[in-house]
Design a binder for this molecule. Structure first.
Ligand code: UGA
Length: 430
């Protein structure tokens, strides 16, 4: 039977940590969430969400009001009464492409002696296979179990994904069922499949899932390129493929390449892991290379659209974030394309509903405009790079008036080609 009201400590109030803390408190658990950033802790304690995610603010406010959610400064302040300690600290890509575990190891060293006897330490960060075992060694206490419990949240749908998971994966050393059950019970109210396995397999499930998704998109983007060559429609092709239940309908949309804070980092990391294991993951390497080539293909299209010479050409960009519904610019394919256009001397004006000011070191080379129409002013071409639904509803006649050239390049196949062409513009999708 499911156990509720478990005392949980969540270490890290970033994207995954805050979502985990807020959602677990909404499921009835008693949650203390720690972060090293005082301003963040203060803002959260006042009920202000520090990440942009639908539903998160309400959960934080409700959690604080119910007394089931509390924010504290520093990991040590959170763990003393916890029966489950969930580590949600960043594991960025290190210099070699492998995940950097400095923060994780630092937190483990900080709390190891403070952990109450019998508690379970859960690793939720995406970490190389073998990390749970390494953390168990670092903690080195017979009375504390270490479990791996990867998350599969999408940015922009994190609360929804947490509360409606496709599966819960729990990996424990030697598949020890007792600590695994304690962690699985945290999600007892949710109707979903629970897979209990060893910790290395749980860690691999996370990497294999993200790398599979990335490979799938590289496959689709290459089929899209072939479709252009053969005069076939990629949208119809993926629709037709998706009816096959073994393939499924989702994650088949072509674009300017995949990006974000997870797919690029995790594909590189697994490639490195394979290398260290003496194996060549040629398929994954090809998926990464194909993704870079995809950006070249977009740049080629734009160059052609402006008559072969990007130097001095004014280009309007629609969308800068790595996908719609977020303000996240990390590893954004839109910015990668922008960087290549700028390197060839194009003058870039960009509009994104999630980006209201330039971000130094990130959006350099793109002048941020307040509306899509301003991005179009005097431009030789408009390039749509992120699939914000509102771009479909733009007044394309107005854009046509303000453009200097005639080209609209839609790298997400988002717009209605007939509407755009109806204004006299020349529409090109993927
Ligand atoms: C991804 C995974 O989807 C989550 O399951 C996982 O938990 C998360 O990484 C993580 O490891 O934390 P996310 O980074 O939020 O989630 O982004 P996705 O929605 O997966 O999109 C990734 C990229 O693929 C974006 O650039 C997006 O535009 C692109 N994409 C996605 C396509 O080009 N076509 C599609 O059909 C779907």
């Amino acid at each position: 039977s499911a156990m509720f009201g478990t005392k949980v400590a969540v270490i890290g109030a970033g994207y995954v940590g805050l979502t985990t803390a807020a959602c677990l408190s909404s499921l009835g658990h008693q949650v203390v969430c720690a972060d090293v950033d005082r301003e963040k802790v203060d803002a959260l304690s006042r009920g202000e969400a520090t990440i942009r995610e639908p539903g998160i603010c309400e959960l934080v406010v409700d959690g604080l009001a119910s007394g089931r959610l509390e924010f504290v400064l520093g990991a040590s302040a959170a763990v003393s009464e916890a029966s489950v300690v969930i580590l949600c600290v960043p594991t960025p890509m290190g210099a070699t492409g492998a995940a950097d575990l400095t923060t994780l190891e630092f937190v483990v060293a900080e709390v190891r002696e403070l952990l109450p006897p019998g508690c379970v330490v859960v690793n939720k960060s995406t970490v190389p296979v073998g990390t749970a075992a390494r953390v168990a060694k670092l903690i080195d206490r017979a009375d504390v179990a270490v479990v791996s419990n990867p998350e599969f949240l999408r940015e922009g749908a994190a609360v929804h994904d947490f509360l409606n998971p496709d599966r819960i994966v729990v990996g424990s050393a030697d598949r020890d069922p007792a600590p695994a059950r304690r962690v699985a019970d945290l999600y007892g109210k949710l109707d979903t499949s629970v897979l209990v396995t060893d910790s290395a397999s749980a860690e691999m499930i996370k990497y294999a899932s993200n790398c599979y998704l990335a490979t799938r998109l590289s496959f689709v983007n290459t089929v899209a390129e072939l479709c252009e060559y053969l005069d076939a429609s990629i949208d119809d092709v993926t629709l037709g493929m998706g009816y096959d239940q073994r393939i499924g309908k989702s994650f088949l949309r072509p674009g300017p390449g995949w990006g974000g804070s997870c797919l690029p980092k995790d594909t590189f990391a697994l490639l490195r892991t394979a290398e260290s294991a003496g194996s060549d993951f040629a398929l994954l390497r090809a998926a990464i290379e194909t993704n870079l080539k995809q950006q070249d293909l977009v740049v080629d299209k734009v160059r052609k659209a402006v008559g072969g010479e990007l130097a001095g050409a004014r280009i309007g960009l629609l969308g800068l974030t790595f996908k719609a519904g977020t303000d996240d610019l990390r590893d954004s394919p839109a910015l990668a394309v922008a960087g290549r256009l700028a390197a060839e001397g194009a003058e870039l004006f960009g509009y994104d509903p999630g980006v209201h000011a330039p971000v130094p070191g990130v959006t350099d080379g793109v002048r941020i405009t307040g509306t899509a129409y301003h991005a179009a002013d005097g431009a030789a071409a408009i390039v749509l790079l992120t699939e914000w639904p509102e771009f479909r509803a733009l007044d394309w006649a107005r854009i046509a008036d303000r453009l200097d050239g005639r080209s609209v390049i839609d790298t997400r196949n988002l717009l209605d080609p007939l509407v755009v062409a109806g204004t006299g513009l020349s529409y090109q999708g993927i």
